[in-house]
Design a protein around this ligand. Structure first.
Ligand code: NAD
Length: 498
């Protein structure tokens, strides 16, 4: 622990310690049939809170509240500018709560307070304002049509975008509040009502978010929060009054949701896992390339869907690159997220820590070589040493399965065709990066990389104005961008005969 370690504020301590209920219909509600879930501090392994594990009755009450609010028009029939104003106020309140939210996120998720301040809490308001502004930009089009069935008749045709209804928003644990906002903000801007289910391991900031939304003026029943585990999520997805599921999480869970959805043509947006390549061509300057690889692979302790977990390096620079990267990784300091000087923090849960060690162990037994890290630190908390592996065959599970931790494979390539082939040799397709100053190669290779986002000379940077989503098994649909409300609206064609 360094002298700069942050002490949680009394407000944060009392929020975490209070009795947590469900936020349904504008009230904090107890559902006596529901069991409870323990919430832990990953830096110590100690329990810090207890939340409700929402059961079928809890989900039923939340969906009923959301459905009633939608049908009443209390939100969808507001002037778009009124919805925008309330959502902008919501963004202001999130901004004003930056330090409080950051501390809660760090205590619950384990991440660095620097990231929690700058990204989780810090990037949220600008994203929220971008989406709030879309509430006043919902548009249809008019069409000239050529219907000749009734001689002499004339037709006027146009489209309307209408809010889809009750949206189930299911969030993961890596950026708990920020990703919850990615799910709920477009729905709210479009006039939908929402039931949010945060991850069972990181439920706390979603509960604080519910309070801030209510304070901003989001009417009762428009945003409901039900804490709980995967079963709670599956129950929510199965409710016939839910018109849309917006989900971020693992590919396995995304497929389970898609199977439930198929039965009744339920609309889904699925933001799923990644096994993302970073390709370093021979002209990549090492003084930028190695810090870029560190940022791409170890930011948020590697618990980033977009993280570069497979690094491919040109033969000409491979040895220097590997020495520099493994030296930097070996020197990274481990510590609690509240210590702003710590470079690697605990993973989110004991279960995830065990899973990441299993990946490292399996890679070793498959023949990969550990060149940095790989050991379990001798300290309490869910730490994993940042780890660099070489000699991973493309068929090994370490080259194919998402680890979602501070673990990266580094592989030499002889020519750029081989690099592209290796990079695309995956069922996933979320992101990729190409590191070169060669413009011709950049323009040639970008279209050949099968990923929803390709960065050149950077990695892991997203923006509300830049669509984000996956090719292949990394998902369905795109978030962000000016079309963000398309996924939470239905398009209606209207044709008037006159
Ligand atoms: P997860 O799939 O285990 O859980 C995500 C959420 O789904 C949780 O709230 C969980 O309770 C819920 N859930 C679990 N089973 C369910 C079911 N059968 N029906 C409905 N809901 C269910 O994922 P995680 O471990 O929380 O998050 C890590 C994963 O999320 C990684 O695979 C990562 O790549 C992915 N992720 C993707 C993006 C993206 O934008 N593509 C962003 C962040 C994280």
């Amino acid at each position: 622990m360094s002298a700069q370690t942050v002490a949680p504020s009394p407000a944060v301590e009392s929020f975490i310690a209070r009795e947590h209920r469900l936020f349904i219909g504008g009230d904090w509600v107890s559902v006596s049939t529901s069991a409870s879930l323990a919430v832990f501090n990953p830096a110590t392994g100690e329990q810090i809170a207890t939340v409700v594990n929402g059961d079928a009755q809890a989900v039923e009450r939340a969906v009923s509240a959301a459905h009633a609010a939608f049908e009443s028009g209390v939100w969808s029939s507001l002037l778009p500018a009124e919805r925008e104003r309330i959502l902008l106020r919501f963004a202001d309140l999130v901004e004003a709560s930056n330090e409080e939210i950051a501390q809660i996120e760090t205590l619950n998720q384990g991440k660095s307070i620097n990231i929690a301040r700058m990204i989780d809490a810090g990037a949220a308001p600008s994203y929220m304002r971008y989406v709030a502004g879309l509430a006043t930009k919902i548009r249809g089009e008019t069409f000239d049509v050529s219907i000749g069935a009734i001689p002499g008749a004339r037709y006027t045709a146009y489209t309307r975008r209408e809010p889809i209804g009750v949206v189930a928003a299911i969030a993961p644990w890596n950026f708990p509040m920020l990703i919850a906002l990615w799910k709920i903000m477009p729905a709210l801007a479009a006039g939908c009502t929402v039931v949010l289910k945060p991850s069972e391991v990181t439920p706390l900031t979603a509960l604080r978010l519910a309070e801030l939304a209510a304070e901003a003026g989001v009417p009762a029943g428009v945003l409901n929060v039900v804490t709980g585990d995967g079963k709670t999520g599956a129950t929510l997805v199965s409710d016939p009054r839910v018109s849309k599921v917006t989900f971020t999480g693992s590919t396995a869970t995304g497929k389970a949701i898609a199977r439930i959805a198929a039965d009744r043509m339920l609309r889904t947006s699925l933001e799923l896992g990644g096994k993302n390549p970073a390709i370093f061509l021979k002209d990549a300057p090492l003084d930028r390339a190695v810090p870029g690889a560190l940022m791409g692979s170890f930011f948020n302790n590697g618990q980033v869907c977009a993280a570069s977990s497979r690094i491919y390096v040109a033969r000409e620079i491979y040895s220097d690159f590997l020495d520099m990267l493994s030296g930097a990784v070996s020197g990274m300091t481990l510590g609690a997220g509240l210590d702003p000087t710590a470079q690697i923090n605990p993973l989110v849960s004991a279960g995830h820590q065990a899973k990441v060690f299993d990946h490292i162990q399996r890679a070793r037994s498959d023949g990969a070589k550990v060149v940095a890290g790989g050991e379990r630190p001798d300290r309490p908390g869910y730490y994993v040493q940042p780890t660099v592996l070489t000699d991973a065959d493309p068929s090994h599970s370490i080259s194919r399965d998402e680890v979602f931790g501070p673990v990266v494979t580094v592989t030499l390539f002889h020519d750029e065709e081989e690099a592209l082939r290796l990079a695309n040799d995956t069922n996933m397709g979320l992101t990729a990066s190409l590191w070169t100053n060669d413009l011709q190669k950049t323009l040639d290779y970008v279209p050949r990389i099968k990923a929803g986002t390709v960065w050149v000379n950077t990695h892991n940077f997203i923006d509300p104005n830049m669509p984000f989503g996956g090719y292949k098994e990394s998902g369905l649909g795109r978030e962000f961008g000016i079309d963000a409300l398309d996924g939470v609206t239905e398009l209606k064609s209207v044709c008037l005969a006159h």
